[in-house]
Structure formats: C-alpha cells, structure tokens
Design a binder for this molecule. Structure first.
Ligand code: C5P
Length: 222
C-alpha cells in the first residue's frame, strides 16, 4: 500500500498532536512533532542564557543542537544531544518564549530542512504550523485543525489538572491567544490554512470523531 504524507496544522492546543499520534499508530507511520523541535531550540537558547531577540546568537546554537526522538511505552521522548528534555520543553518558560524563537529565519530554515529529511520517504504524520504550506507542500492529505479559544483553554486546563499542575484559566487563555497572534502574524511561514487543506473545527467534537474524519481523507488518497 502507498505510504502517504499527512500534514496537520493549526493553532495552539487544537488537539493536533493527540490525533496525529493516534493516526500514526493506527497507520504504522512515523509521527513528527515539529513544535517539539522549536521548543527544543528555545530550551537550548534559554539554558545558555542567549538573548532571545538576537538571531545571531540563536543561529550559533543550531549546529550543536541535535534533536532526536525516541519511541517508548510511555510515549515519544525528546532529546537534545543526550539530554532528555521531554518534560522541560513543555514548561511555561519555554512555551511563552517559543514563538519569538520560531519567528527567526535561521531557525526556520534549519528546522524545516531537518523536518523534510524525516518526511522524505512518506509514511509520516507531521503536525505544526507550516507543514502543509512550507514543510510538505506536496502532502497527500492536509488538515487544518481549529477550535474555539475557550475550548482550547479548557482542554489545556483539564490536562494540567490531570497532571497535577495548578493553572489559572484566564492566564492559560491569554497565553494561547498571545501565541496564536505571534504565530499568525510573523513574517516567515505564518500559521495559515493551505489552499488545499481541509479545515476541521473540533469545537464540541471528540477525539475519535476527529480521527475518523481524517482517516476518511486518508482512504481517499490510498
Ligand atoms: O505545537 P506546539 O504548540 O508545541 O508548538 C510550539 C510553537 O512552535 C508554536 O507556538 C510556534 O511558534 C512554533 N511552531 C512553528 N512551526 C511549526 C511548529 C511549531 O512555528 N511547524
């Protein structure tokens, strides 16, 4: 059976990674979380006390920051060189700085090249902001996943509670709105729906329903 490429883009906390992981598992495909790669560079920049506004300083970090993924029973782990950064890259300091770093030309050029290398053979589900428009413009299936900001904040809030993290709902909502604004208004590869992407508004939809809707698209292309 042909191994196709599936691009899933959308704003923060729209459920992209949850559905992408299920799809990859069910289809026997690779899953690539491109947001984790931008988060990893941001983490490396914060750790080395880089001025995040200095494109030059961050560009210097790129050649020595090897990002890799390891599949385990507990899920996918993210490494920078030999350091397991799976949890560290989800912390608020990284989340609130990542859009500034992801807007920089050198960072995008480097990471897009790495992502395209992962996707060369097909058989991949990639999620991010610019997958259908810049990373995999020829992906057979392109999905643009959205949900209302309230619902996205509620999902993140519940997830935090389940993980024992105390957060203020209004702060979460504001952080999501700020990140959406930065991601949609940046100059290079802003978050935008690819012309040939199918938009799915997941507000009020369950995960299984979203996965089924995407699988229907996949079946049409196989
Ligand atoms: O998907 P996630 O929320 O982990 O992404 C973190 C950030 O990385 C986004 O807010 C965005 O600034 C950046 N990003 C990007 N392009 C991608 C994936 C993520 O600019 N393909």
């Amino acid at each position: 059976m042909t191994k196709i490429s599936i691009a899933i883009d959308g704003p923060a906390s729209a459920g992209k990674s949850t559905v992408a992981k299920i799809l990859a598992k069910d289809l026997g495909y690779i899953y690539l979380d491109t947001g984790a790669m931008y988060r990893a560079i941001t983490y490396a920049a914060l750790k080395s006390n880089c001025d995040l506004a200095s494109e030059e300083a961050i560009a210097k970090l790129l050649p020595t920051t090897t990002i890799s993924f390891k599949q385990t029973e507990q899920g996918q782990l993210v490494f920078i060189n030999d350091e397991d950064v799976t949890e560290a890259i989800r912390k608020p300091d990284v989340t609130n700085a990542v859009s500034q770093v992801a807007a920089q030309a050198a960072v995008r050029t480097d990471l897009v090249r790495r992502q395209q290398a992962f996707g060369e053979e097909g058989g991949i589900v990639m999620d991010g902001r610019d997958i259908g428009t810049a990373v995999l413009p020829n992906a057979e299936v392109k999905i643009f996943l959205v949900a209302s900001v309230i619902e996205r904040a509620e999902r993140r809030y519940k997830e935090n509670i389940e993980n024992g993290i105390e957060t203020d709902f209004e702060t979460l909502k504001k952080e999501i709105e700020d990140r959406d604004f930065k991601d949609t208004t940046r100059k290079i590869s802003p978050l935008v729906q690819a012309e040939d992407a199918l938009k799915i508004d997941t507000t009020g939809m369950g995960i299984a329903e979203v996965v089924t809707a995407i699988k229907d698209q996949v079946t049409l292309k196989m």
